[in-house]
Design a protein around this ligand. Structure first.
Ligand code: FMN
Length: 265
């Protein structure tokens, strides 16, 4: 499946994590069918896949007491699954999963990546996984309550979840005054990517022929790989580049680098 650049680019600005869903607003069958189709068709890497499930979504999410994580009332969920024998599986799952999240956003649905607080064994039995595969993350899908609940607002305030670091802290390499237009737009889109606990672990090395994404931060991963977050930023970067007419290919790289987006000449 080709990347619908302008559709997903518009969704980047619109997307926000939502955790509390309206139990009285089901997903329209056409939207569900469209999302299911993209889950099945958007498979740019053999080691990463996404599965939409409308049964037992409530049983997948476990809450904790505190400021991070409880999902309520979702009518459906999507599992993001990786083949753990495959190379670069974390970044591939992040990249593939974010495409599905942006498509859900474009369809008018709400989502929230959940990497920590869900029950992988419940998801695995609902969607079916092979012994090489692992469910690395999930998202609830549905229509969020029109107003953010007080818990969601509190979470956003404590986690400063919508704040993002400026590009001056994230980018290195070619000085900014020499960046072609597509680089600025692509890095602005990458900067808006969601990450676990909003930790924004990515950095961007700007070169004449492309951009290398790398893991900028040190410190513990807390159950969710920073390379998965970086895979999400890769998708944003490529969608924005494509939207401004600049196409390229990814080359995966060893740690602490993640991958280089090489523009097609
Ligand atoms: C890989 C990943 C895992 C996440 N895990 C959780 C989670 O377990 N619980 C939760 O409430 N939010 C989770 N989030 C959502 C982030 O907290 C959220 O994306 C971040 O704070 C930025 O806010 P925004 O998505 O509204 O822009 C996760 C996000 C990502 C990308």
């Amino acid at each position: 499946m080709d990347v619908p650049f302008s559709r997903w680019h518009r969704a980047i600005e619109k997307r926000r994590s939502r955790r509390h869903f309206d139990p009285n607003l089901p997903i329209a069958p056409e939207a569900l069918a469209a999302l299911d189709k993209v889950c099945n068709q958007f498979t740019p890497f053999t080691d990463a896949r996404s599965r939409l499930e409308t049964e037992s979504a409530e049983s997948v999410f476990k809450g904790i007491i505190g400021s991070y994580g409880k999902v309520k009332g979702a009518p459906a969920f999507i599992a993001f699954i990786g083949n753990m024998d495959g190379p670069f599986v974390q970044e591939k799952v992040g990249y593939t999963g974010e495409a599905i999240i942006l498509e859900a956003t474009a369809l008018g649905l709400d989502t929230c990546w959940v990497g920590g607080f869900f029950r992988p064994e419940v998801v695995a039995s609902l969607v079916g996984v092979s012994n090489k595969e692992r469910v690395l993350a999930v998202t609830p899908v549905g229509h969020a309550l029109e107003l953010e609940s007080w818990e969601e607002k509190l979470m956003a305030r404590f986690g400063r979840s919508h704040n993002r670091l400026p590009l001056s802290k994230l980018a290195r390499g070619l000085p900014r005054e020499r960046w072609p237009d597509w680089i600025n737009g692509s890095l602005e889109a990458a900067r808006l990517a969601p990450s676990a606990a909003n930790r924004q672990p990515w950095g961007f090395d700007v070169q004449e022929d492309g951009i290398t994404v790398f893991v900028r931060t040190s410190g513990p991963e807390f159950n969710v790989s920073k390379r998965l977050d970086c895979g999400i930023a890769m998708l944003h970067l490529e969608v924005a580049a494509g939207n401004s007419g600049c196409r390229g290919e990814w080359e995966f790289l060893p740690s602490p680098q993640v991958a280089k987006f090489k523009i097609r000449s």
